[in-house]
Design a protein around this ligand. Structure first.
Ligand code: ZN
Length: 243
């Protein structure tokens, strides 16, 4: 069974559609939150995600803010501006769908959260220190996280005094996970590793293999919609640089 793993779509429908087309065939989808925020297509992205097969989805910090779980003032100025815009755009049914998302899901050998297992909505796992602290916060073999918008793998090395190995994944190369690990698929709608292409991860449960992919999408189209909606200019410009 092939699982498509996506995160941080951030209301970018063009990127989402590019990923969904590139990733085929897949049997089910795991989504690690922040379906909305920053981008111009919040309703369209929620409606597309809702329709995906075998969907499991958790809530991100932007999703939590728009339903009132998090104070909007804890966001920076530009993120706040897009949340205020979203406030007037979001359809009631889509707001309800976001409200019903959990912060943490566990099934079989997998835990999924947006930020980290110890602080599912807010904490960033950016380095080995944060990864090490979080290894004891989940009991499954793998914890999937998003939030940083950077694809990365942190592996717990039980045989070498509990050190954490950090790997930057190679693209289009299947790999195995042999140790307890925290894995980030990167971002669909707003990559922040200086590669503007959408990032996603495939897990094949038949042979327990994983593979990262990147796909190009029409960035200019999305930038035009961001500016037409009156959203902050930086949300548009950063898509080109992947940062
Ligand atoms: Zn995000």
């Amino acid at each position: 069974m092939r699982t498509l793993i996506i995160s941080d779509i951030h209301a970018n429908l063009t990127a989402l559609n590019a990923v969904l087309a590139d990733a085929e065939p897949y049997d089910r989808v795991w989504c690690l939150g922040d379906v909305v925020g920053y981008g111009p297509d919040p309703n369209e992205c929620i409606e597309r995600v809702k329709s995906l097969p075998g969907l499991k989805c958790v809530k991100g910090n932007h999703d939590a803010a728009i339903i009132g779980d998090i104070d909007i003032n804890s966001f920076n100025l530009e993120a706040r501006a897009s949340l205020q815009w979203l406030e007037s755009e979001l359809k009631p049914a889509n707001r309800r769908w976001l409200s019903n998302l959990g912060e943490r899901l566990e099934f079989r050998d997998i835990t999924i959260v947006h930020g980290s297992p110890s602080n599912p909505v807010w904490e960033y796992i950016m380095d080995r220190k944060a990864a090490k602290k979080n290894m004891s916060e989940f009991s499954t073999k793998v914890c999937l996280v998003g939030h940083t918008h950077v694809p990365q793998i942190y592996e717990f090395q039980a045989d070498t005094s509990g050190e954490i190995r950090h790997r930057q994944p190679a693209l289009d190369e299947t790999f195995q996970i042999n140790h307890k690990s925290i894995i980030n698929p990167g971002s669909v709608g707003q990559p922040r590793d200086h590669d503007p292409r959408s990032s996603y991860l495939i897990y094949n449960s038949d042979d327990e293999s994983w593979v990262y992919h990147r796909v190009e999408y029409d960035i200019t189209k999305v930038q035009d919609r961001i500016l037409a909606a009156g959203l902050p200019q930086r949300h548009a410009s950063r898509l080109k640089s992947g940062w």
